[in-house]
Design a protein around this ligand. Structure first.
Ligand code: NAD
Length: 297
């Protein structure tokens, strides 16, 4: 399939590489030249703007870091709605259903179909093609792009209406955010009580408290103190804020989400927008007066 790919960051970089390796013909665009270079070396064509991508291919995929940037890429001066060939727009970014419904409306006026396709499973999942790929949109259009989406991981069709896959993704990421926040507090408590944080993860992972913070995020980034998991703090805060807005739109009471959101906001204020999301553990450590690091062997 001929595919345009815009946004070649932590997720978009490895995902577009996998598409090329699976035999798809890619036209790529990113505002950072250095993000395009490795893909051009693998055979992708470099475009000059989202509009230029949309002039060259019928299917455009995006993986972008914020709602404002997503809107600019869709409908800005050099946005993809100015392109002549594009027929379908597949958004892998996490935007929430409000934004998805809005862009779907804008695109519809140009006869461009939107397929929401947020993903979960992190940079490692993007590299290995083991992501959970949540999709909503017209079913014949989903079937058309299915061969490309299956390159990323397991495809779950969530519904036909714009935004449905986004609601699914926000529910997932709220749980991921909660797991990280709650695990940090649980392990900080244990360390203060004299327990070894590595032992704590082992026990929790053999017991009922297991979650992706204790199976992956702590062992890979917090216990060794590397804090390099590959998901930006600002992205996690964006997702928690989107979940809270989504819950408000649907009139769902969210006591836990409010508390979790408040801790993530504090973590971003203390650790900075550009920090890794696992650095939330540092904020918990500071307040608890402990360090959750593995003992040097
Ligand atoms: P990232 O910041 O690493 O990458 C975003 C890319 O977009 C960068 O290469 C940047 O240069 C590019 N970009 C910025 N403005 C642009 C513009 N105007 N035109 C073209 N390119 C532009 O972000 P990421 O971690 O790859 O996340 C992308 C999306 O995927 C986000 O919505 C995020 O929430 C979601 N997501 C991320 C992860 C993860 O683990 N990193 C997991 C699941 C979902």
């Amino acid at each position: 399939m001929e595919i345009g790919f815009i946004g070649l960051g932590s997720m978009g970089g490895p995902m577009s590489r996998r598409l090329i390796e699976a035999g798809h013909k890619l036209t790529v665009f990113d505002t950072r030249k250095e993000a395009m270079e490795p893909l051009v070396k693998l055979g992708a064509e470099a475009a000059r703007s989202p509009a230029d991508v949309a002039d060259r291919v019928e299917t455009v995929i995006t993986s972008l870091p914020s709602l404002d940037i997503g809107m600019k890429v869709v409908s800005g001066d050099e946005g993809l709605i100015r392109g002549n060939r594009v027929r379908r727009y597949v958004d892998l970014s996490t935007t929430g259903s409000r934004a998805a419904i809005k862009t779907a409306e804008i695109l519809k006026q140009r006869n461009i179909v939107q397929i929401d396709s947020p993903v979960s499973g992190g940079v490692a999942g993007a590299e290995k093609g083991t992501l959970a790929v949540m999709v909503s949109g017209p079913s014949e259009e989903i079937e058309h792009v299915r061969p490309a989406l299956e390159v990323f991981g397991k495809v779950f069709v969530c519904g036909e209406r714009p935004g449905m896959a986004q609601s699914m993704k926000l529910a997932n990421n709220f749980l991921s955010a909660t797991g990280m926040a709650a695990s940090s507090e649980a392990i900080a408590m244990g360390v203060k009580a004299g327990l070894d944080p590595s032992l704590m993860c082992d026990v929790i992972n053999a017991g009922s408290g297991m979650n992706t913070a204790t199976t992956q995020k702590f062992p890979r980034s917090v216990l060794p103190g590397t804090f390099d998991y590959g998901f930006g703090m600002a992205l996690m805060v964006k997702d928690v804020r989107l979940f809270l807005a989504e819950a408000e739109d649907f009139g769902i009471p969210v006591e836990v989400a409010k508390a979790v959101g408040s801790l993530w906001e504090t973590a971003m204020a203390e650790q900075g927008e550009r920090s890794d999301f696992t650095e939330l553990a540092k904020t918990v450590e500071k307040r608890a007066g402990v360090q959750m690091r593995a003992k040097k062997k």
